[in-house]
Design a protein around this ligand. Structure first.
Ligand code: CA
Length: 227
């Protein structure tokens, strides 16, 4: 079991590192938020122990950026009693547990083992098609890591097309799955929204993944450069 400890108080860090090593854990230590974030992004850990007040980048920002990078390693936040933040903030930001300093080493080990048993919490499955990703949890869409802003309708349309990728879907199938059943307008609206989507997910990237299949409908595929 591999643990990342991000803690700038070097004496405390060393005590915890030695104790956890004796318990059979493999422990990496970093002393500031930037190198902590880097280590957590580059290596697989079972648990991250994250101090709140850190040089260069505080624990909240490290946690936030980790989750934005879709890294769901369980995080146990270490907070100080007189801190300006409380555990509510820690949980809001996606910490899986927290401990207030000073903490007992036995409690720390028990909490770590509990987090490992629980594993990373289940997140909605991110859909991936070539360089395009759609995360239903945060309702965010990215191409090669670049965030693409979509309206609710465009998002719904893309979600449907990604679930049906590499298949031709007709305008009426799209209407049935993406528009309200009470929608009275014609199916030309589909064409309009396909156009909006293309200008966001394909054109800026020089790609042609959302194609029109004449007389049949539309198809979304993996990355294909514009012809
Ligand atoms: Ca600190």
């Amino acid at each position: 079991m591999r643990i990342l400890l991000v803690e700038d108080e070097t004496t405390l860090a060393e005590t915890v590192r030695r104790g956890l090593t004796n318990e059979g854990f493999v422990v990496d230590v970093t002393h500031d938020g930037v190198s902590g974030l880097w280590a957590a992004t580059e290596n697989p850990y079972d648990v991250i122990l994250l101090d709140l007040m850190l040089p260069l980048k505080n624990g909240y920002d490290v946690l936030k950026e980790l989750r934005e990078r879709l890294i769901w390693t369980p995080v146990l936040m270490l907070t100080a009693k007189d801190g300006e933040y409380d555990q509510t903030d820690a949980f809001d930001l996606g910490a899986d547990d927290y401990l207030t300093k000073p903490f007992s080493f036995i409690v720390l080990v028990a909490r770590i083992r509990a987090l490992i048993r629980r594993g990373a919490p289940e997140r909605p499955v991110t859909l991936t098609l070539g360089t395009l990703t759609l995360d239903p949890g945060s309702r965010s869409v990215r191409r090669s890591g670049t965030v693409i802003e979509l309206t609710a309708r465009e998002y719904g349309l893309l979600h449907y097309l990604m679930r049906s990728h590499d298949q031709v879907v007709s305008k009426s199938q799209i209407l049935d799955n993406v528009w309200d059943p009470a929608f009275e307008g014609g199916d030309n609206v589909v064409e309009v929204y396909i156009g909006y989507l293309r200008r966001k997910i394909d054109t800026p990237f020089g790609l042609q993944t959302l194609t029109t299949v004449r007389g049949m409908g539309y198809m979304l595929t993996g990355d294909r450069p514009t012809a």
